[in-house]
Design a protein around this ligand. Sequence first.
Ligand SMILES: [Zn+2]
Length: 271
Amino acid sequence: MMQVKKLYPGGKEKAFNITYDDGVEQDVPFIAMLNRYGIKGTFNLNSELMRTEFSWRHPSGVDIKRLGVDAVLHLYDGHEVASHSLTHPYMRELTDEELRRQMGEDKRNLEQLFCREVAGFALPFRYYDQRIADCAKACGFEYSRMSEFSLTYAPCTDWYYWKTGVYHIMPELKSFVQGFLETDRELAVCQIVGHSYDLDTENLWQTMEDICDAVFRRDEIWKCTNLELVRYLRAMEQVEISEDSIHNHSNMPLWFWIDGKKVVINPAEKH
Ligand SMILES: [Zn+2]
């Protein structure tokens, strides 16, 4: 019987991603940092708020400013842009029609603005229910990220109820990342969620830079966006593993350790 372990693209053993919300000024130095370390991020934007100058005062006294349309056009090149709703409302209070507008129109606006596909949704605030999950699906999103955290490295199994790994202001941040670097769990994933303004208000720049540096040094880590992760893991669900063969029924190449060797199995191929 074959010994099989599922791997990420390029034969990487683990996946790492950062996903930040709201499209604020601190995204500029933060993305410069991600780019220095070859880390990919997913940035969740509110297209209607980007059109008006919009700022608010954080409880710490720091003024948080959103980036305008002109400032973002090339900022997110190489990273994923995802929807965070048109205006960041409390989703629970919306009629079905308004919910659909907040999600569907934001997706279309962002696609037009950035001239690329926008297929991810990240929830504003915390309230989530089946209606929001269904609406995300109906609007054509491939995943919907909740504002809850799993504190595990296990890949998500329901992409419309996606609990991500850790919120970067949680006290567990450093130990969570350290555990990720050490784990040999199959298809381990570490996802860090937050807002780049937290780096100022919580004094987290150095911590995040240390994390990026540690991940950058590990060749076995796939630095991916949310959407790349979702698509790969969805494809991995379409693989058929029996005692002596692996059949890839998906439309993308999939990677494995098989009896101590790294193997790529192409779409429709059997190993
Ligand atoms: Zn937000």
